[in-house]
Design a protein around this ligand. Structure first.
Ligand code: ATP
Ligand code: MG
Length: 214
């Protein structure tokens, strides 16, 4: 492809990226929510979008299947960031990574007595670093979704998950007991693409940078 390919995931990242694309003069020709197409054109013949699973975005960009992509910090931590430039925090898809437990579980007491707790999460790497920094020994259980269920059925004592409003935690009788880090999405660029296609990529980067909302 002579032009540039941008990898995006459906849902909040796509929605919140639309204003940034508009600032760069890019309008998608299809809506991935209603279309089944995975390759979406734009008003510009030299720019196309590929629709991927959020966790796969860094992988497409790392291998150059997409020149650029937009991915959450959570996803980038788990991926590791190899082969990627991360020039911009776009301040979109904002939430936080936190530790949550059932209301009746005394997390502070468990930490204090050095209990070995079981933690279910999709974010194994971030969780491992968090508990290691606190000097806590935990058993991590990798899940791929619906982490909130794990403590309710005895799979884990705690979860590490993304939270924005907290309504999912509340609906499942869970409370946030530790804030790990704020999360937002970043622009990632394939390192070789940036060198070989700079004249196409740089203006998009500049337009995105100018359109970031505080
Ligand atoms: P899926 O929901 O299809 O399993 P996913 O959870 O990886 O996949 P999204 O829910 O679209 O995909 O989340 C994409 C990114 O948006 C996440 O990687 C994270 O950075 C951010 N995010 C996740 N949950 C929230 C939230 N509740 N509020 C704001 N941003 C969020
Ligand atoms: Mg999700």
């Amino acid at each position: 492809m002579n032009g540039i390919t941008l990898a995006l995931s459906k849902g909040r990242i796509f929605e919140e990226t639309l204003p940034l694309l508009a600032a760069a003069g890019i309008t998608p020709t299809d809506n991935p929510e209603s279309s089944r197409k995975l390759i979406i054109g734009t008003n510009r013949p030299d720019v196309r979008l590929v629709i991927v699973r959020a966790t796969d975005t860094p992988t497409y960009v790392q291998y150059g299947a997409a020149d650029m992509g937009i991915a959450g910090k959570d996803v980038l931590i788990e991926h590791g960031g190899a082969g990627l430039y991360q020039p911009l925090d776009l301040n979109i898809a904002k939430c936080r990574l936190c530790v949550a437990v059932p209301k009746e579980f005394d997390y502070a007491a468990a930490v204090k007595r050095g209990a070995r707790i079981r933690v279910a999460t999709k974010y194994v790497k971030a969780a491992k670093e968090h508990f290691a920094a606190k000097g806590m020994h935990v058993d991590l259980i990798k899940l791929y979704g619906s982490m909130e269920l794990a403590p309710l059925v005895g799979l884990a004592d705690a979860i590490v998950d993304l939270v924005s409003t907290g309504s999912t935690l509340k609906a499942n009788n869970l409370v946030e007991v530790e804030d790990i880090m704020p999360i937002s999405s970043r622009l990632v660029v394939n390192q070789a693409s940036l060198k070989l296609k700079r004249e196409l990529i740089q203006p998009v980067l500049d337009a995105f940078a100018g359109a970031i909302r505080p």
